[in-house]
Structure formats: structure tokens, C-alpha cells
Design a protein. Structure first.
Lengths: 209, 344
């Protein structure tokens, strides 16, 4: 409610009075952000100094550790190379087929009426550069030549071919045994004879043919 | 857009004042004492937070900072000035369209004061057509104003207004009895120690104001002279009804009351009404014989009123026991504070 009043005080004579003075508010408004920025900057500067000190200490530690790390890295690289070499050697060893096993299998497979004139088991590398053990596998080639005699000479050769593939080592080494030649030959006493050639091939060798 | 900006400014300004005047201390620098009243406005309700009677300030001495009790101080203060040199008057002047204030030169001329006076006026009634507008005007010496201001150089309370005590009690009356007097014309008398003021209120608006150099001291001087007693004993006789001093009282009051009677007749004729009630306040109104003498002379019902009516007490014992019968003396201080809070 408004009452009739005659105020003799001019507006310019009225001064502000609050809990906080205007001057304080003005100073506070100006100084507070500056103070805040200054404090923040101080804190950040201290943090920056701490980080710099940490960085220097870390660099010093790194300076000490770096040669050791290089040595360790070299050693690790050498170790890796050695391991690879060992793996390759082991792989190469593992890729070797037991010649004894192969010859025994052949021996067992040869019937009485068959006589071998030539046995050849050759191994050859698949590639000249090896990256892993799998590439170390050797390719084997078997060549058998012989003579079969008797009334069932021809059948004996065919059976021999089948029998060879049933043998443990031979079947593991060769995918196929192929009859490459079978020729009729007369013996001195006129008996039935067959001159034959068998060739055993690995999987890839067989594929090539 | 322009109106929106105006409203925003108004809201900001209003908000600031609202905050500023949430609590206000009214200080009446009267002849016998300094009356201090602290009021608080909680929503629309006025709350009395404290009051006290401090020693009087001698305007003849060098001004010094006034120290208020801590529980009665506030950020802002409304000051009421009681001085023999003050001038109060209703002045009439023609206003052009849109004009609400009188030029200072014109006001000085109407109040018949020089440049050594601080003058101010507020529009009481806007004149319609050819009729002049009436202003409630006041003036006090610049020296006294500077004296008042120098008592509050810094810190709380900061003076928010300076009024003449003879007018500052009006808001207290309107707050207390405004509703009771709606549509009526009543006479208010604020009788102080050295001066008395009267205000005729017509429907809440001041219609006529005046000041008399008459008060408690005038009566005491008369009793001292007539009965040959000292000033202290005269004061006791005035407050005590054991001795009949009606003759002395009538003698000294007759000139004052005659003028008041003339003013009453003028108002009744001018406003076409009957002033049937006279409300008295101030220290002199506490004298036992005084209201009855006024009643006889003015032929109107004389009523006393409490300036703290319609004001909630912060706690029941807020009015000290020794002041319980003297609350009417706080009318000017309370009115100054109520008026200040009313503007927020």
C-alpha cells in the first residue's frame, strides 16, 4: 500500500546499504575471477612442475633402461630366430621318412615269383626357401623295376602294386603306385616272364602327373 | 518492445526496492527523545521487531554518529525530523498534462522559504479541469538535514528518507485505522513537546495540514507561570489529575484550538462533510486533561489510537513495560517505517 509521504531526501543522497557493500561486491566481482584464475594457474603451474619432474625422472630411467631394452630386444630376436631354426631343423627331421620302414615294407610286399632289378627311393625338396615347418616336407619318389615269372606273372605285378599301397610306411609316404611299364619277356627255358616298372608318387607328384 | 523493456526495468527496480526495504528502522528525532522502531515486512504483514527510546539529539551540538541497539538496526532507516523550523503545508498549483511534480522554485515560493531550506512535495490530489492540483509539501533547514545525514555517515542504517515528523505519523494512522475511516473526513493531531501538527484526512488523502508551535512544553511553561512551581513539578501536575489546571490549559490551548476549529470549519465547508472524529497521538496526548479540552473545543469525538495496531509483535514482550503506556509517542517513527515499507 502506498501512503502519502513527503521525502526530503534526494535520490542522489540515498546510499546503498546491504549486508555486503557495493564496493566489496564490485571488488569481489573483479578480483574473484582474477584470484580464481591466479589460484588455478598456480595449481596448474605446480602440477606442471611435478609433471616435468616426473618426465625428467622417467627420461633418466629410460636412458638407463633403453640400452638394456635394446640388448634384451636383440636377444629376444636372436632367441626367436634360434627357435625358428630349431623348429625348422626339427621339422626337417620330422619330415624324413624311415628308409628302413620303406625297405622292409617293400621286402614284405615282394612275392616269391617277383625279383627286383632296381630299387630307387629319391627324396627332393619342394622349395628352396622355407618359412615354416610345413614347407619343409620332402617329396619322395619310388621307382621299382623287376621281373615276374610264372603263369600268374602279370597278376603278381598287379597284386604287388596293390600290396605296396597297403603297407604302413609306403602308404604313408606315397599316395599312389603306378605301373609305368609291363613287358612280356621270354626266359631262357621259355617260362612266362614279365618285366615291369612301378613308380610310387607322393600326393603332389601324383598331381603333377 | 519499449513497454516490455519498461516492465523489465520496473521489475528489476521493484525487486531491488523490495529487497532493500524488507526491514526498515524508523527514527524520530523528537525534542524529548529519539524514538526508534524497527519493522519488518513479511509478505504483506508488518511485524514489529523492536522499539526503543534513546536520548534526544541536540541539533545545536556537533553531529556525531548515532549508535542504535543491535536488535533494532536495519540496512535502511526512515528518519523523522521534529524541529521548530520545519514547514508543512498543502499547496495548490495548476499542472500541465503529464506533470506530477512542482518545480522547486515554485515550491519554495508557495512554502515561503529560501534556498537554505530543503523542500519537497508529493501530489495529494490531481486537479480536474480548471481546478488546481493539491500537494502535500514540507521543508526543513538544509543545515538540519545535513546534521541528520552526518549521523549516518556509513554502515547501517542508511537513510532512505527524511520526513517531517508531523506528517510521517500519517501512514501509521492509515495502517491502524485507515479502514475505519474510509469515506470519512477525520482530523489527526500529533501533539509533541515543542510543536503540534494536524492533518485532515479525507478518504485516506490529506486535505489540509498545519503546524502549531504548541506542545507539552507550552503547557508546562503556563503551569510554571500560573502556579509558581518549577518545571519538573509542573510536569508532574500536568500528568497528575489531582490539581485542577483546566483554566491554565484552556488559556494556552484556546488560540491553538481556535485555529484548528477554523480549519475544521473550512474543511467541512470545502469538502461538504462533517469532521466527527479527532484522532490524537504524541506525548502531549497522554496528558489526562488534554483530550477532553480538545473535545470540548472542537465538538468532535476525540479518540486515541495505537500506532502498532494491525502490526504483529515479533514476540509478546517486545514493548518494554515502561513504554507500554507511551506507544502513542512512537507514531512518527512507526509511520516513517510503515511509509517506507509501503513504497517497496
Amino acid at each position: 500500500m502506498s501512503y502519502p509521504r513527503v521525502n526530503l531526501l534526494k535520490k542522489i543522497e540515498q546510499r546503498y546499504q546491504g549486508t555486503v557493500s557495493r564496493r566489496f561486491m564490485l571488488v569481489g566481482t573483479v578480483v574473484t575471477p582474477i584470484l580464481f584464475i591466479a589460484v588455478l594457474s598456480g595449481v596448474k603451474l605446480i602440477q606442471y612442475g611435478g609433471v616435468q619432474a616426473d618426465l625428467r625422472a622417467s627420461r633418466e630411467i629410460w636412458g638407463t633402461l633403453e640400452p638394456r631394452l635394446a640388448v634384451a630386444s636383440d636377444q629376444q630376436h636372436g632367441l626367436k630366430t634360434n627357435r625358428q631354426a630349431i623348429d625348422l631343423i626339427n621339422g626337417w627331421q620330422d619330415s624324413q621318412v624311415s628308409m628302413e620302414g620303406l625297405l622292409l615294407d617293400i621286402q614284405k610286399a615282394i612275392p616269391e615269383n617277383v625279383q627286383l632289378t632296381r630299387i630307387s627311393i629319391r627324396s627332393e625338396v619342394k622349395t628352396s626357401v622355407y618359412h615354416d615347418v610345413d614347407e619343409l616336407e620332402l617329396g619322395y619318389r619310388l621307382a621299382l623295376q623287376g621281373i615276374s615269372q610264372g603263369a600268374q606273372a602279370e597278376n603278381a605285378v598287379i597284386n604287388l602294386r596293390k600290396d605296396l599301397l597297403d603297407r604302413e610306411y609306403l602308404s604313408a609316404t606315397f599316395d599312389a603306385v603306378k605301373l609305368t611299364s609291363l613287358r612280356k619277356r621270354a626266359g631262357q627255358s621259355g617260362e612266362n616272364m614279365r618285366e615291369f616298372s612301378l613308380e610310387g608318387l607322393g600326393a603332389e607328384s601324383g598331381g603333377e602327373k | 518492445m519499449k513497454n516490455d523493456m519498461y516492465d523489465i526495468k520496473k521489475v528489476i527496480k521493484g525487486g531491488r526496492l523490495q529487497q532493500r526495504a524488507a526491514s526498515l528502522v524508523g527514527i524520530d528525532f523528537s525534542t524529548t527523545s529519539t524514538k526508534v522502531v524497527r519493522l519488518k515486512k513479511i509478505k504483506e504483514e508488518l511485524v514489529l521487531m523492536g522499539l526503543d527510546l534513546l536520548p534526544a539529539v541536540d541539533f545545536g551540538m556537533e553531529a556525531c554518529r548515532i549508535e542504535l541497539p543491535r536488535n533494532i538496526t536495519a540496512h535502511y532507516g526512515s528518519l523523522a525530523y521534529t524541529g521548530k523550523s520545519s514547514v508543512v503545508r498543502m499547496v495548490n498549483a495548476a499542472l500541465s498534462d503529464g506533470q506530477t511534480e512542482l518545480p522547486e522554485r515554485k515550491l519554495r515560493e508557495l512554502l515561503n522559504v529560501g534556498d537554505d531550506y530543503r523542500v519537497s512535495a508529493t501530489l495529494a490530489k490531481k486537479g480536474q479541469g480548471r481546478h488546481d492540483s493539491s500537494f502535500l509539501a514540507a521543508a526543513i533547514p538544509e543545515d538540519d538535514l545535513r546534521f541528520l545525514m552526518s549521523m549516518f555517515p556509513s554502515g547501517p542504517p542508511a537513510p532512505a528518507s527524511v520526513e517531517v515528523a508531523g506528517l510521517s505519523f500519517v501512514p501509521a494512522f492509515l495502517n491502524a485505522r485507515g479502514d475505519e475511516c474510509q469515506g470519512e473526513t477525520v482530523c489527526l493531531i500529533e501533539a509533541g513537546e515543542s510543536a503540534s501538527h494536524f492533518v485532515f484526512i479525507n478518504d485516506g488523502v490529506p486535505a489540509l495540514v498545519g503546524k502549531f508551535d504548541f506542545g507539552g512544553s507550552t503547557l508546562r511553561e503556563k503551569v510554571v507561570k500560573d502556579l509558581g512551581v518549577d518545571d519538573e513539578l509542573a510536569g508532574t501536575i500536568l500528568t497528575d489529575s489531582s490539581i485542577n489546571i483546566s483554566t491554565s490549559m484552556n488559556d494556552v490551548m484556546t488560540p491553538f484550538l481556535k485555529q484548528l476549529s477554523i480549519s475544521k470549519d473550512f474543511i467541512e465547508r470545502h469538502q461538504g462533510c462533517i469532521v466527527s472524529k479527532v484522532y490524537v497521538s504524541g506525548g502531549t496526548s497522554l496528558l489526562p486533561h488534554w483530550p477532553s479540552v480538545v473535545e470540548q473545543m472542537l465538538h468532535a469525538e476525540v479518540l486515541t489510537w495505537n500506532p502498532f495496531e494491525n502490526i504483529r509483535y515479533d514476540h509478546p514482550d517486545i514493548v518494554p513495560e515502561h513504554l507500554a503506556n507511551q506507544v502513542t509517542r512512537f507514531a512518527a517513527a512507526a509511520g516513517a517505517a510503515i511509509g517506507g515499507l509501503g513504497e517497496s
